[in-house]
Design a protein around this ligand. Structure first.
Ligand code: HEM
Ligand code: HEM
Length: 432
């Protein structure tokens, strides 16, 4: 049963808010740790990217001869130029992290099933668009970091069978990063991707409303409705203020990187892909490129897309991690997966890999199939152990395996960003 507390008539400012929110919402939806406001934070960051992006456009020139100098001019001669650039840089970083955390929160509270299936897929597309927005933006400063990170990032496409090389040449409009690449990236970055992001985001919000708000645990008690303004709006405002404060602190104290002007003849050592591809680049050190840059990433994207369509044999409870028992299993798995991933990375660093140990085998088998079988075997053994230790339901087992894979990917990414030095050898961050 639903009872409602009488609402006051909305005032002028609340009319705008009511385009985004219904007039009243369930009281349970207000509990902060149901969503941590992550979806709203992602939306705010995109708005900040639009505003700062348009400001940057006034000074930026998308041609190799001028691009780098236009950034220098912006930083040195334009009032708050450096600050605006820093805000745009840090919001880009935070956006990937926050959208990813939002994905995790939706998954772990079971908000991706029945009427929310399509919204999960739209969310995935939004995440991909955010990564592409970051990637296309990365090239624009036209410094060494930009040039070589995009060179390495796009070279991952080479490992796609048959069409990979063709796609890479199409994306770069040539064999290497060049003037045409810059103009293409610029147009995608400042026109195509922002428009797609805006349209899909609006549709995403509409679907949240159409599903009757966020997914909540079933309760036997009466579902009390409260007016959105001020109950939800004040909370969103506080979350927004804290986020803006964090962005400003970062932007005041940490400048967006800018190395020397791009030089196609002098590569960096190590040459790293942008940080959100560091996990894939790390995999390349351990597996045959076909497995690392094609098979594993595509399987993960496929699994993420398939998640809402699996028959879980029960409805998620809506509680975080479904049940207390599954929460314990998730914690155990996160720790287990971190330790196993780290051990495998260290072993692979100091023990010769199968390509050297078994030189008579085709590298695809020795460096691709064999390590993959080992990893799948570990995953299977872990699954057997955890499901017996915690006696989990089908839904909880899938969640636990999700935790295993996600944690492993996060560890690979952290190692790739902070612990790989010259020639991609393991090192400590302070030696980088
Ligand atoms: C989700 C949206 C966006 C993301 C994630 C994003 C991300 C980025 C990133 C990571 C950079 C490189 C910054 C650096 O130097 O470190 C960049 C640069 C740039 N972006 Fe965006 N951006 C977004 C939207 C926009 C929009 C809407 C515009 C303009 C309409 C824009 C205009 C620019 C310009 C002109 C630069 C070059 C200046 C510079 O590199 O400092 N961006 N963007
Ligand atoms: C631009 C990025 C995104 C924005 C601005 C955004 C925004 C939002 C907002 C405001 C909500 C409702 C409140 C909340 O959960 O905080 C929501 C819910 C939802 N989002 Fe996103 N989201 C984004 C990306 C994603 C991603 C990457 C996924 C997952 C793949 C996703 C899937 C969903 C789903 C399924 C819901 C409904 C959850 C439920 O009913 O409990 N979204 N999103």
């Amino acid at each position: 049963m639903v009872t409602s507390i009488p609402n006051k008539k909305p005032r002028a400012i609340t009319n705008i808010i009511l385009h985004l929110h219904p007039q009243s919402i369930k009281k349970d939806a207000l509990v902060f740790n149901r969503t941590f406001g992550l979806g709203g934070m992602a939306a705010l960051l995109i708005v900040i990217q639009f505003i700062t992006g348009i400001m940057l456009r006034f000074y930026y020139e998308p041609f190799p001869q001028q691009a780098y100098d236009s950034i220098l001019h912006l930083q040195d001669n334009v009032l708050f130029g450096q600050l605006i650039r820093n805000i745009h840089h840090w919001c880009g970083v935070f956006l990937v992290i926050i959208a990813f955390l939002h994905l995790l929160r939706v998954f772990f509270t079971g908000g991706f099933q029945s009427s929310r299936k399509l919204n999960w897929i739209i969310g995935l597309v939004l995440l991909i668009l955010i990564v592409f927005s970051n990637f296309t933006g990365y090239l624009l400063p036209w410094d060494q970091l930009a040039y070589w990170a995009v060179t390495v990032g796009t070279s991952l496409l080479n490992y796609f069978p048959v069409i990979g090389e063709g796609i890479r040449q199409f994306v770069l409009a040539g064999d290497d990063v060049n003037a045409n690449t810059l103009i293409i990236f610029y147009n995608f970055h400042t026109a195509v991707l922002p428009i797609l992001l805006l349209l899909l985001m609006a549709y995403h919000f509409w679907r949240v409303r159409k599903a009757g708000g966020i997914y909540l645990p079933k309760s036997n008690e009466v579902n009390i409705m409260v007016s959105t303004y001020p109950n939800l709006v004040y909370k969103e405002f506080i979350v927004g203020l804290v986020l803006v404060a964090v962005v400003l602190v970062f932007s005041v104290f940490l400048n967006a990187p800018l190395l020397a002007k791009a030089n196609p003849d002098v590569s960096l050592n190590p040459t790293k892909a942008p940080w959100y591809f560091a996990g894939i680049q790390e995999l390349l050190l351990h597996f045959h490129p076909f497995v690392a840059a094609f098979l594993i990433p595509l399987t993960i994207i496929f699994l993420l897309t398939a998640l809402p369509f699996i028959n879980y044999k029960e409805e998620p409870s809506g509680l975080w991690f479904h049940s207390e028992k599954a929460k314990q299993a998730a914690k155990f798995t996160a720790i287990g997966s971190s330790i196993i991933t780290l051990i495998l990375i260290i072993i692979n660093e100091f023990v010769p890999d199968f390509e050297i140990l078994l030189p008579w085998l085709n590298p695809f088998v020795s460096n691709g199939i064999i390590p993959l079988i080992i990893v799948l075997l570990i995953l299977w053994l872990f699954y057997k152990y955890v499901s017996r230790k915690f006696t989990l339901s089908y839904l909880e087992i899938i969640q636990t395996m999700f935790v295993f894979i996600t944690t492993s990917f996060i560890i690979l990414t952290i190692v790739g960003i902070f612990f790989r030095g010259a020639d991609m050898a393991l090192t400590f961050p302070w030696n980088l």
